[in-house]
Write a protein that binds this ligand. Structure first.
Ligand code: ATP
Length: 416
């Protein structure tokens, strides 16, 4: 089977037609056109190809504009490196096609973002992370269907080997450590011995990459079919500890990732990774990976709920459960349910979520003022007591609420 046949088999028919038409346009414009990176790897692995990453040695923006015009689509410039996103009819869910000009990359210092200049397909493949991702299939006129494989990527694909292209690769860009682990686990591949040896010396450089980049890499892991395996490998290689020294992956994490129906909930993934950290370590971790404030707050809530499970389990009235959990957000409570085993604590969380959160007395501050309470903290105190009584089933109707409030006012008056 030729590479073109492999490609045709891996693509949905409309995508195959689209690639042919793009190749015709590129040929007419005198530009080369390649399918490159992940989709070529997946095609050679006989996996379905849905992402279309294309590269040309010509001007990708001109190609994108011409193709959009001729094929009835739209395009937009994506970044300053001459990359375009092309949206064409016939693509599933209108997924954009990435169209880039081939580049050469250099790194001013370890962990920095690369400096980029225009290059050839050869330099464009050299800048890539692993040999299995440094593959291209030519699509335009001269030799359609030819595999460009300067780094023995096809050989490594067959061998299930993950190999970097040069010894400084991880130092240049430590996010490749995370990518490598992801591919290793996804394809059941293994780092070659040479590549494995380069990992430990690159660990200190992880300190130099931004929190956003680390967070992004971990989020990509959440999207894998078996994230816990990648996490365990990151742990084994010391990569996880280079982010936060106290992070460890054990059976508990594997079991929680495996058992949960909520695995597509990214927040839950963060929680399973971090909820057994101390408060200090969790704060440090959230800052390191630059989590959004709301997410960091809710992760701390899950951690605190789990740590306080025994206390929660001993609460014995609906109003005390309400009070204890009033400050916690719904998603914190929901995810806490997935990490707490004690039945009584779980029952309290469920009760709060299902029944207590929305209980509000009909009585309000305005009515209390009409009844003679002056504006101030007393109003809040009375309403809280009335609400507790409603929660505990002591009172039920609006009349009873008002009567109850009057009793509190009388009591407060006596005490004043
Ligand atoms: P996935 O299947 O997870 O999407 P992919 O290989 O398609 O994997 P992308 O993140 O879409 O990954 O990247 C596209 C291509 O760009 C990769 O195949 C690889 O050749 C190259 N690449 C991406 N990130 C890096 C990096 N950090 N260093 C070098 N090359 C990279």
């Amino acid at each position: 089977m030729s590479y073109a046949d492999h490609l045709r088999a891996a693509l949905a028919e409309p995508d195959w037609v689209t690639l042919q038409r793009l190749a015709e346009i590129a040929t007419r414009l005198g530009m080369s056109l390649y399918l490159v990176g992940g989709p070529v790897r997946d095609c050679l692995l006989h996996r379905a190809v849905t992402d279309l990453d294309l590269t040309t040695e010509g001007d990708a923006l001109i190609l994108a504009r011409t193709a959009a015009h001729e094929l009835g689509g739209t395009w937009k410039k994506f970044n300053r490196f001459g990359t375009a996103k092309l949206i064409l009819p016939g693509r599933a869910r209108f997924a954009p096609i990435d169209l880039a000009t081939t580049r050469t990359e250099t790194y001013a210092r370890p962990g920095a973002l690369p400096d980029v200049v225009r290059g050839t397909i050869t330099t464009d493949l050299i800048r890539r992370d692993f040999t299995i991702n440094a593959l291209a299939i030519r699509l335009d006129g001269a030799q359609p269907g030819a595999l460009i494989d300067r780094h023995r990527g096809e050989h490594d694909l067959r061998a299930g080997a993950l190999r970097v292209l040069h010894a400084r690769s991880f130092q240049d860009d430590p996010t490749r450590l995370f990518r490598g682990v992801r591919f290793e686990q996804r394809f059941n591949f293994a780092f070659t011995a040479d590549t494995l040896q380069l990992i430990a010396p690159a660990l200190p450089v992880i300190n130099q990459i931004s929190g956003d980049r680390i967070r992004h890499e971990l989020e990509l892991i959440w999207g894998e079919a078996q994230p816990w395996q990648a996490l365990a490998r990151l742990d084994e290689l010391g990569i996880l500890q280079s982010i936060e020294a106290d992070l460890h992956v054990d059976d508990w994490i594997a079991v929680h990732f495996q058992a949960q129906p909520t695995r597509d909930d990214r927040f839950a993934c963060w929680a399973w990774l971090t909820c057994r950290l101390s408060e200090t370590s969790l704060t440090r971790f959230s800052q390191r990976v630059n989590l959004a404030r709301a997410e960091a707050i809710d992760l701390e809530q899950v951690r605190a709920l789990r740590a306080a499970a025994d206390v929660l389990g001993r609460l014995n009235s609906r109003s005390s459960i309400y009070r204890a959990l009033a400050e916690y957000h719904d998603r914190s409570l929901r995810v806490a349910l997935t990490v707490i085993d004690q039945p009584a604590a779980r029952a309290a969380l469920e009760l709060s979520l299902d029944q207590l959160r929305d209980v509000r007395p009909t009585l309000n501050g305005m009515r209390l003022q009409e009844l003679g309470v002056s504006r101030g903290p007393m109003i809040g105190r009375i309403l809280a007591e009335v609400q507790a009584a409603v929660l505990d089933g002591i009172i039920a109707t609006p009349q009873q609420e008002e009567e109850y409030a009057r009793q509190i006012m009388a009591r407060e008056g006596r005490e004043a």
